[in-house]
Design a protein. Structure first.
Length: 132
């Protein structure tokens, strides 16, 4: 149901450029924040899951998206979802991180989002799922 709700908000993002962000806390509570044109900012929180709308047609993460995802994962989070008008991309952790994996994730260069996403998925610590 939460994904359906964010899918309804993505049309506002497409029309206005205003992004929306949903966070799921470790206690099971969730929140949704309306951002600004082209971005949404929230205070640093330890989240289990983060979902946000994207103004582009496809759910390709930006370098800022990947920075947020890595921070979430390094702080015990399990996943990050981008919702666009055509598709959604879920990137989620499939096993606990050891110290070597923790250091590896921190070392990935996030400036090239496509290359960084490939490295993240190729690490076998994460899976990426593209769905409509």
């Amino acid at each position: 149901k939460l994904h359906q709700y964010l899918r309804s908000l993505v049309w506002k993002t497409v029309l206005t450029g205003v992004e929306y962000y949903m966070g799921l806390l470790f206690n099971g509570k969730a929140f949704i924040v309306e951002g600004e044109y082209g971005y949404v900012k929230i205070p640093r929180l330890n989240l289990c899951l983060a979902v946000h709308t994207h103004p582009s047609r496809h759910a390709i993460p930006s370098s800022i998206d990947l920075e947020s995802m890595v921070e979430l994962i390094l702080n015990r989070g399990i996943g990050f979802i981008i919702v666009s008008s055509v598709e959604s991309l879920a990137i989620y952790r499939v096993k606990p991180l050891g110290i070597d994996e923790f250091e590896y994730i921190k070392s990935i260069d996030l400036e090239d989002p496509v290359k960084a996403l490939r490295e993240i998925v190729d690490s076998r610590l994460f899976k990426a799922l593209l769905f409509k």
